[in-house]
Design a binder for this molecule. Structure first.
Ligand SMILES: [Zn+2]
Length: 142
């Protein structure tokens, strides 16, 4: 028997459902092959752990104790975040005042800015330009 065949039959071997001839071959291989013997031992241990987990009983008082602990914490939790009416009013007042200050500062800064050359004056040459001669309307009609 080779390792592949032995590992294929291992589940049935541990379950005790193998026919007598194959069971003897698997046992002989497990005695001669360290790798398969270790794998068999590992699967045996993992099966044991899973069986132990299935038999674990949950503590019926655990949920009750946790919920009681949460309820004990709840009043203390409230005191960590006291939100009074005064604080709410103060917060919105601070937001409004800072918004107004930002707008005021923006307007003042915009009025303080003076360009180096006056932009409102039209250069003298522009007065003599004939717009109609620059762009003919006839081009657009065709
Ligand atoms: Zn083997």
């Amino acid at each position: 028997m080779n390792c592949q065949l032995c590992q294929k039959e291992m589940d049935a071997y541990r379950g005790g459902t193998l026919p007598e001839g194959i069971r003897i071959q698997v046992e002989a291989h497990l005695e001669s092959c360290d790798a398969c013997a270790q794998m068999n031992q590992l699967i045996f241990l993992s099966d044991k752990v899973m069986d132990e987990e299935k038999n674990l009983q949950s503590n019926p008082f655990l949920v009750t104790r946790i919920m009681a602990g949460i309820e004990d914490l709840a009043p203390g939790y409230e005191s960590y975040h006291p939100v009074s009416v005064f604080q709410k009013v103060l917060k919105s007042a601070i937001v409004a005042v800072s918004l107004a200050a930002a707008i005021f500062i923006g307007v003042v800064a915009g009025n303080l800015y003076k360009p180096a050359t006056p932009v409102n004056k039209i250069p003298v040459e522009m007065v003599y330009l004939n717009d109609a001669a620059l762009e003919s309307v006839d081009l657009l009609t065709n």
